[in-house]
Ligand binder design. Structure first.
Ligand SMILES: NC(=O)C1=CN([C@@H]2O[C@H](COP(=O)(O)OP(=O)(O)OC[C@H]3O[C@@H](n4cnc5c(N)ncnc54)[C@H](O)[C@@H]3O)[C@@H](O)[C@H]2O)C=CC1
Ligand SMILES: O=C(O)C1=N[C@H](C(=O)O)C[C@H](O)C1
Length: 251
């Protein structure tokens, strides 16, 4: 049995993870902690893998603390910048088990979103224009979504590798309507009661459009991906920091 502790266990995602861990045949719940609880309760003796779903403002500190305690971590919380990822790598190098430590961070655990992201990177070099629209529940604290940032960066990288010019855009005045620009790609965020987690990637050429859309209607959609990551970390996942569920899929 893989012993799993959950940090952020009372949250929307954390509570689903607790249920998924309790229901899977090969995992058992060790500790379920939330804000105010002492993370030092989590040790390599009681926990094989920690799953962390909290808030962007605290996740880095939690992950650094857990690395210091010598436990492997699956992170679903958003807000990861290159600087924060560098801090995680440094903490692994300076931590108690630099050669065996595993940390996995995924902006999205839903197969539909991971595939949409992947297909977008493949389509990117064939289209002059590209924009990303993400749509979420109005209780989400961050915008744009971690997934949309990841998608935009992937498209930008593919365009750069293909030597493409910037996306065409004659906008001269913008009061914010054109969204946030991430590596040259415009990203728009919608917050609407009734929605859960959705993303559309729009690609355009003269006379044609490709739309790639992923919809997570329910948080159960994230659980197979979370359990896959837990099993990979308890098994043959590479040591060090790995980012993105695509790394564990045969894409
Ligand atoms: N990677 C993925 O597939 C997904 C990622 N997310 C991300 O996961 C994060 C959490 O989302 P939700 O569960 O909807 O948020 P939420 O607000 O429902 O839950 C966050 C939980 O973290 C707890 N928390 C806050 N500070 C803490 C601390 N210092 N230590 C321990 N627990 C603490 C809160 O009390 C709360 O229970 C967000 O960043 C969200 O964007 C959400 C859905 C899917
Ligand atoms: O807060 C959410 O709900 C979600 N957050 C993640 C993100 O910001 O990309 C993943 C998914 O979109 C749901």
């Amino acid at each position: 049995m893989i012993k799993v502790s959950v940090v952020g266990a009372k949250g929307r995602m954390g509570s689903h993870v607790v249920e998924a861990v309790n229901n899977a045949q090969d995992t058992e719940l060790a500790l379920a902690l939330d804000a105010g609880d002492d993370l030092t309760q989590i040790t390599p003796e009681n926990t094989d893998v920690v799953v962390e779903f909290t808030v962007p403002s605290v996740s880095l500190n939690n992950v650094l603390a857990l690395i210091g305690q010598g436990v492997d971590v699956v992170v679903g919380t958003t807000g990861w910048t290159d600087e924060k990822l560098a801090q995680v790598k440094e903490a692994i190098a300076q931590g108690p088990k630099p050669s065996t430590q595993k940390v996995f961070i995924a902006p999205n655990f839903a197969i539909s979103a991971v595939l949409a992201d992947y297909f977008a990177t493949k389509a990117a070099k064939y289209f002059e224009s590209a924009e990303v629209i993400e749509l979420h529940h109005p209780t989400k604290v961050d915008a744009p979504s971690g997934t949309a940032i990841h998608t935009a960066r992937g498209i930008a990288e593919a365009r750069k590798a293909a030597g493409m010019a910037p996306v065409p855009d004659a906008t001269e005045t913008d009061g914010g309507s054109r969204g946030q620009v991430i590596d040259g790609i415009h990203v728009h965020a919608v917050r609407l009661r009734g929605l859960n987690a959705h993303e559309e990637v729009l690609f355009g050429n003269a006379g044609e459009q490709l739309t790639i859309r992923a919809d997570s209607f329910d948080r159960t959609s994230f659980m197979p991906g979370v359990l896959l990551a837990v099993r990979k970390l308890a098994g043959d996942a590479p040591t060090g920091l790995t980012v993105g569920l695509d790394q564990f899929l045969d894409l």
